[in-house]
Design a protein around this ligand. Structure first.
Ligand code: DGT
Ligand code: CA
Ligand code: CA
Ligand code: ZN
Length: 579
């Protein structure tokens, strides 16, 4: 049981409660619990098993939650979840997984139309019954249709960080069995997509059959779908499907290329091979029956006249032409990052003090961080008014005065209000070192209104960055509608930055939009939006996004040392002589 598995059970409890009209505070408590657990950096199962730490010592975890976590870890299930699920038809929970359908809508569909399953929903859609329900417009109907198609195609994707937890653990387990020469997780995981359909693991080993035997014995395996001497497919308890293939060492590079994909990238490569009268497949690059390359990726790309292409770029979005012309970007790396520009403390909805965050940041050899607690509009998180924010800033001044070689930037995650106004007055914002403006409310406004809010914020003299610009939450919330090009133009004109938020549930900007923004000439910052000190290493995911967008260190302001970082901010260049 990994943290995401535990969190999923709490989310299900919240969903079930919401469908059953439970007290909204109770629903919120379980949602918060799920989030706390999902964000928690250490394995709760390990902590429970070790028995050395009282779970209630962990911020955000009280008696009740601690007991439930211990029960889940020891028994694999949560009795409350079972009990709630028994009261409802089994298909109802599957409906929740259809994009466009949350607990509120599922409840309505069930109560008004007796929709109990995906099949019922399909019938209701076909009969035109959905349109007649209050609160179900044609847009939602369209989304449900598309979502239904996806759900029936078995499309259920896992967040990259959850997949990473699972992947690292199974790879470590396989290695510990011995006899493995090479092992790598290929597929969308290696391309660092923000969500993963299934894991594709490749190994070379002198005793493949033994590796397969060990694999199906792994404790997370809930079902063995198929098993042979060189290939096995299983399903984990979390629902994640995992393929393991053993290949010959001479073919390892070719197999790694093939199973890394993407499919579209592979198809382009095969065409290039054909043009040069080669044949390319997962066993190698062949001239007639002779293998001319296959042991490493580099040699296969080279024989095709291409530079080696980083997996993050293999999406058939122009990278092959760049590789041919030796013009691939020099992608940004984690070690290029000098600081983290979005994080929360226990003063709002985070779970650590400023000092805790500094400690974690220093461990990553950062030079600076911005503490970006929420502004007051986010009442749920006890967002700051001007007075409380200034108090925090005084505390930061005091900490900075004592510390050498590390700077805490006085900052705020500033809400862009429904009216387009900012949540704090200009004189306060002028005193900040850095301001990241974001939208959390009024997400159902029109495209024009949302665009006006974002562009207005980008043009504001004291807004340095637009944070999590599209507002998407993976698997839960689509981006709000807005004119992205208009935002990019405003950013270029004013020097406003766009954030690549590496919170695993956000990953916002999406890669294709970030690539588009770069074309406009926009510059970026990378951040983690950490809510725990232990989340700061999530910078890796922001870097993954940036790399998929083809960004180099020069595109990203927080790859610069502090002095240069400050000079690159809009407030230093244009901001009314603020400092
Ligand atoms: P996922 O699992 O949906 O997140 O995405 P991928 O990219 O991991 O896709 P998956 O697991 O279906 O297949 C892994 C790789 O295998 C894929 O990226 C490319 C390769 N592959 C799969 N099917 C085909 C195919 O029909 N043709 C070619 N050329 N390659 C394929
Ligand atoms: Ca895959
Ligand atoms: Ca696969
Ligand atoms: Zn936010």
């Amino acid at each position: 049981m990994q943290n995401p598995d535990i969190a999923r059970l709490f989310d299900e409890v919240a969903d079930l409660l919401e469908i059953q009209d439970a007290n909204p505070f109770r629903v919120r408590a379980y949602r918060n619990a799920a989030r706390t657990i999902r964000d928690f950096p250490d394995s709760l199962a390990d902590l429970v098993r070790a028995g050395t730490k009282d779970l209630t010592d962990i911020p955000g975890i009280g008696e009740d939650l601690a007991e439930k976590i211990a029960a889940i870890v020891t028994t694999g299930e949560l009795p409350l979840q079972k009990q709630l699920a028994r009261k409802l038809p089994a298909g109802l929970l599957d409906l929740l997984r259809i994009p466009g359908l949350g607990p509120k809508r599922v409840k309505l569909l069930y109560k008004k139309l007796k929709v109990k399953s995906a099949a019922d929903l399909e019938k209701a859609l076909a009969a035109g019954k959905i349109q007649k329900l209050k609160g179900f417009g044609p847009k939602i109907e369209e989304k449900m249709r598309a979502g239904l198609g996806q759900a029936q195609g078995g499309e259920r994707r896992m967040l990259l960080n959850e997949a990473e937890t699972q992947a690292s653990a199974v790879v470590a387990f396989l290695r510990a069995g011995g006899g493995i020469r090479q092992i790598e997780v290929a597929g969308s995981y290696r391309r660092r997509r923000e969500t993963i359909g299934d894991l594709d693991i490749l190994v070379t080993s002198a005793s493949s059959a033994k590796v397969m035997d060990r694999f199906v014995e792994y404790e997370e395996v809930a079902e063995v779908i198929s098993k042979g001497e060189t290939r096995a497919t299983v399903k984990f308890r979390s629902g994640l499907q995992v393929d393991l293939r053993a290949v010959q060492p001479e073919a390892y590079g070719a197999a790694l290329m093939y199973f890394t994909g993407s499919k579209a990238h592979n198809i382009e490569l095969r065409k290039i091979a054909q043009e040069r009268s080669y044949k390319l497949n997962e066993y190698g690059l062949f001239k007639g029956a002779r293998r001319v390359a296959g042991e490493t990726e580099e040699e296969v790309y080279a024989k095709l006249g291409l530079d080696w292409i980083p997996p993050e770029l293999r999406e058939a979005r122009g990278e092959i032409a760049l590789a041919r012309e030796h013009r691939l970007p020099h992608l940004v790396e984690v070690k290029d990052i000098h600081g983290d520009l979005q994080m929360h403390t226990s003063a709002t909805d985070g779970k650590g003090t400023i000092e805790d965050m500094v400690h974690a940041a220093r461990a990553l050899s950062y030079e600076y961080i911005a503490i970006t607690d929420h502004s007051k509009r986010v009442t749920m998180a006890l967002g700051f008014d001007a007075k409380r924010l200034r108090e925090q800033w005084r505390a930061i001044d005091a900490l900075n005065a004592q510390s050498r070689g590390f700077t805490i930037l006085k900052s705020v995650e500033l809400d862009i209000l429904e009216s387009g106004k900012l949540d704090l007055p200009d004189d306060v914002l002028a005193e900040a070192d850095y301001v990241v403006a974001t939208i959390h409310y009024g997400l159902t406004q029109s495209k024009q209104e949302l665009t006006r809010r974002l562009v207005g914020a980008a043009e504001h003299p004291w807004v340095d960055t637009i944070g999590h610009p599209t507002g998407r939450v993976l698997g839960r919330r689509e981006p709000y509608p807005f004119d992205f090009d208009a935002l990019c133009r405003a950013c270029v004109a004013t020097g406003c930055l766009l954030e690549l938020n590496g919170h695993p549930e956000r990953m916002d900007l999406p890669d294709t939009l970030a690539a588009g923004a770069k074309q406009h000439g926009v510059r970026f910052v990378l951040s983690t939006d950490s809510h725990y000190p232990g989340n700061l290493p999530h910078m890796r995911y922001a870097v993954d996004l940036a790399r998929r967008a083809g960004l180099e260190a020069g595109d990203i302001l927080n790859t610069r040392p502090l002095a240069e970082f400050r000079k690159g901010l809009k407030r230093a260049v244009k901001g009314g002589g603020g400092r």
